[in-house]
Ligand binder design. Structure first.
Ligand code: RB5
Length: 144
């Protein structure tokens, strides 16, 4: 069973719990990095350990905050992470196919539950196409 890391701040907590339930039904083994309640917490303190775990095991993750913006900024500080903030299923498919995104960021105050689930499934089902897209990713990693 493939491991999927998930994390949120307080603003993303309810959506995170909904996604955990749905993804477990789909057969994913979920590693939940918190938050574990609606109590206010700081999104970088969830983003960084989750990204370190992905850098270690090479799996994928989902990070949720109010807008998805803070989580994506924090996650993309990690050289091994390509985090994509997605608001449509097309964003999610192309983030995997073209950008080999390994972290999906969602904004729980922006994107409704049903769409967020559809975006998540599209992200997890899509595969990186390689080729010219790999060259561009290599260029991201070398550019200063
Ligand atoms: C929390 O109020 C909010 O700022 C946070 O969830 C996120 O949207 C930050 O980018």
């Amino acid at each position: 069973m493939e491991v999927l890391h998930i994390g949120s701040d307080h603003a993303g907590y309810q959506l995170k719990m909904l996604l955990v339930g749905e993804l477990e039904k789909l057969g994913w083994k979920i590693n939940d990095h918190g938050s574990h309640s609606r109590e206010s917490c700081d999104y970088p303190l969830v983003a960084h350990p989750l990204c370190n775990a992905i850098a270690q095991d090479g799996s994928m993750g989902i990070l949720i905050c109010g807008t998805g913006i803070g989580m994506s900024i924090a996650a993309n500080r990690h050289p091994e992470i390509r985090a994509a903030l997605c608001t449509t299923e097309l964003h999610a498919r192309l983030a995997r196919r073209h950008n080999d995104a390994n972290v999906l960021c969602l904004g729980a105050r922006i994107t409704g539950d049903e769409l967020a689930l559809a975006i998540t499934v599209a992200f997890l089902e899509s595969k990186f196409e390689g080729g010219r897209h790999q060259r561009r990713i290599d260029e991201i990693n070398t550019a200063k």
